[in-house]
Design a protein around this ligand. Sequence first.
Ligand SMILES: Nc1nc2c(ncn2[C@@H]2O[C@H](COP(=O)(O)OP(=O)(O)OP(=O)(O)O)[C@@H](O)[C@H]2O)c(=O)[nH]1
Ligand SMILES: [Mg+2]
Length: 1103
Amino acid sequence: MGHTSLDKIKALQKNPANVRNLCILAHVDHGKTTLADSLVASNGIISSRLAGKLRYLDSREDEQIRGITMKSSAISLHYASGEKDYLINLIDSPGHVDFSSEVSTAVRLCDGAIVIVDAVEGVCPQTQAVLRQAWLENIRPVLVINKIDRLIMELKLTSQEAYTHLQKILEQVNAVTGSLFTSKVLEDRAVKEERAEEDKEEGDIKPAECPGSEQVYDWSAGLEDSDDSQLYFSPDQGNVVFASAIDGWGFSIQQFAQIHSQRMGIRAEVLLKTLWGDFYLNAKAKKIMKGAHAKGKKPLFVQLVLDNIWSLYDAVVTRRDKEKIEKMMMSLGVKVMTRDSRHSDPKVLLSAICSQWLPVSQAVLFMVCDKLPSPLDMTSERIERLMSVGARRFHSLPLQTQELKTAFMQCSSDDTAPVIVFVSKMFMVDAKALPQNKQRPLTQEEMAQRRELARQRHTERLAAIQQTESGEGNAQSGSTTPATTPGQMQGLPLKAKPEEEEEKETFVAFARVYSGVVRRGQKVFVMGPKYDPAQGLACLPPVPHLACCTMDSLYLLMGRELEELEEVPSGNVLGIGGLEECVLKSATLSTSPALPPFIPLNFEATPIVRVAIEPKHPSEMPKLVRGMRLLNQADPCAEVLIQETGEHVLVTAGEVHLQRCLDDLRERFAKIEISASKPIIPFRETVIRPPKVDMVNEDLGKQQKVAVIHQVKESDTLHLDPSGLVTLTTPNRQATVGVRAIPLPEEVTLLLEGSADLIRTLEQAGQAQREGRTLDMSTWTLDALMVLKSRLEVLLQGRKWRNAVDRIWAFGPRRYGPNILLNSVEGYQRPSVWHCLEREKGEKEGGAKAEASAIRDFDNSVVSGFQLATLSGPMCEEPLMGVCFSVERWDMNFPTQRTHLDSVTEKDSNSLDASVSESPGEGAMAGASHGRLVDCYGPFSGQLIAAVKEACRHAFQAKPQRLMAAMYTCEIMATAEVLGRVYGVLGKREGRVLQEEMKEGTEMFIIKAVLPVAESFGFADEIRKRTSGLASPQLVFSHWEVISSDPSWVPTTEEEYLHFGEKADSANQALKYMNGVRRRKGLYVEEKIVEHGEKQRTLSKNK
Ligand SMILES: Nc1nc2c(ncn2[C@@H]2O[C@H](COP(=O)(O)OP(=O)(O)OP(=O)(O)O)[C@@H](O)[C@H]2O)c(=O)[nH]1
Ligand SMILES: [Mg+2]
């Protein structure tokens, strides 16, 4: 097929019914880019001989070198199916976990996805992850089972075995979909019930206002009666293609049904139903019968499909049987060029035959056009989901906003339709690669025009020279300004321009139009993530979180190339230039201020690997800063920050991602030499219950307690009681706080960690309530919060935790972390953090409210102290985790009150609640309360914050402290021969194997293990090296784990001395980690630098 012209694509863009926006998703190395190559070749963009080898969409150099995709890139393809012409906007995505954020950016812009599964490896962790992502974004997937040639050539399976194997893979994939579906049905039912309740409240006005609403309510109630048959992958549904992308073939059973129906005279529909499944051909009766397995017959799929392919491979690759090949080619009606048939590599001939017989691009593109939805088929469910940002519900949005849903549904390209565009990422292009600046072959007219221009210029120049020559005398006597000749003037800008352009790289936005027509130079609003359409519709400009920008240029994304466009109609993927000033990473653009920003992309990867970066030459700092800013904009997942220490820190998802970011910084963004520190490994600090045994498993008895308590030095303001309660008085002696640290049960920590977003919403609601606003939370959020509360109640059982959940004062650090501040002050009443939930239930808090307003300011100081204490712990200034600080005493006495209440004895300190209950209403106390007001913003509040922080730190130190390490999980696939080496590497790096099983039907073992992040650097490389590339793990952050050894431990008993020696530093991993962090942060490290000095000297002498 020839190259599709730009005009053709422009025409195709205008018909959204025949546009398909789709992405290719899979686990790493399952063949996405290779398949994309075949599809690209079908459009004549690359030669079909190179398809599969070129990996055209891997345009970066490092992608080609490493052989993995690192970014998602799009290309528009034309496909003609019968009389219909389709436009396929294809996005290839990376499969490596480190780049899973790129997958999110791709999935958002699509309506469908091709999910690829390697026929040998089957469903892998990333396959599950991408299926989940597709599910979350509500896009429909189709399946390609790739690398079937490996079953023939590598595993040497017979066709019958291969069939069983393929069935298993299909089951695996469907099992993942099934579990996603089940959870969704349950969720839907909850939502439906919520809707039903709302409807009851609001009467029946809604259906008229909200078009398309029937569809929303048309949800099935339960698992039993919801139809999920459409959902699963099944060859007879036409949503599965079997392929070998590298050899260029692929088929769906429709194709074979057609081929054989002609040959055997069986109706195609019958074949379609029976080709996949337990059916066989009864040759005598010429009938298709059920029960192939039971009767030991060859299933139809094996007989009619796989056997053909197997014998082709056998003839061409294994036996190289010329005659047989000739015969087969005849019967298939295939002709190949002689240079292919004579080629020394039989694979060349094979792919030449296959790509004519069963071209993979045809099979895949047909399936895509047939099964995947067009932009017109956006479900209202998906639209509502996109527009319901945060905890808001769709029906609480302003009416004008709700009306925009129609625009989405219609996907109209009328001039009256509002423009809606979503930018999912920004990527950088060389200015040279932009179509405006590219040299292209000139048309005949253009050449004539240029010739004419050149001629004109020449005559002008001649005239000018004559003029200057004649006017030389004037110039000398006249103006002193250096008169440049026109000739020079023309020369100057010409010279200056290319240099400028070379320097410049521009950002192009990766975007999709959901409604309206986007035109070049059009002005649109940019909705910030916090933009609220209600505000936008009500306020006069400037509206918060709303900006305006111009789309300077529009591009058609063609893989490595960009083509310039004048306008892009609704339903298409495009590139937009000129947004770098107003869009950071992603954005929602619209001509209507009623549009809310789309929900944020959901990223699966947590950025965890941090490095500090500095330029080789300090003078280049500004360049580095600029480069890092650009990198931050260009990468969806990387984070760039400046730490308190002044270091510039880059946070990435993993080692490979880090490497790519550093390369980018060096070569594109900063263009300077940089040096990166060793990865900064995050730790957490926590306390545990006193251990019962010592390091050699001997019973400890009481001695540990004594050792711990000595760590806190008492002074006149600080008092520690043996039970661990720390009492601290502020320097001005006006306040005393008593704090105790208690380890939280592990499950509670986990729950808090997992509910961070929810807690943040709770905190925001609390904040809003304190400011007298209300935050409209969806019933779903409220329910989730109630569930969180009740789960905490269940987990926090026992005498120590009585009523603890209601007494929670705050979470920290940053107000949503996994630590709790508990109010155990006797007689001090404050609204609980769950207060905003109670409002919904209609409970009255009259008295408490008045009180709360009076003491709020000091209350805040305590919370701030707690936040500071949890943000950095005493061991190595890392955040705390899983610690509960119970405030058991809080006394205040104010100087103002003391003067007023002289009669009260000095010792008898006023508790705060006493002063609060006195202050309102009493005229005489006005002065006092005024004094307090001044105080609470003055130095006293600072002292209180510091006191609370110190008290928390000391309370923390009074308990046995431990470090917590971040852990990765990894799944390693390895053959039996290299298994031992994999274990060796894991053992050396303190990894722990969780599970080991053999993959069915293969010789591969799958090992699941956890590995501390601190030990993970170079792990993947080491595994690869030690196993000669046979095993390659992918590391995903999973959880935090307490390191069991005590960093401050020193041997105390005889046995321990014997076991660990005097220094005991060889065994103490925790101490090593802690000292490492302390050294990095420039904190004091208690270490002997030279030990046994004499011995060292003799040693060096002897050498
Ligand atoms: N045997 C065989 N190898 C294949 C097939 N398809 C792809 N490969 C090989 O698998 C490797 C990975 O292919 P890619 O297309 O780069 O895989 P990918 O899914 O794009 O990988 P990432 O983008 O890094 O996730 C390459 O070495 C291909 O040659 C196939 O059908 N059969
Ligand atoms: Mg790839």
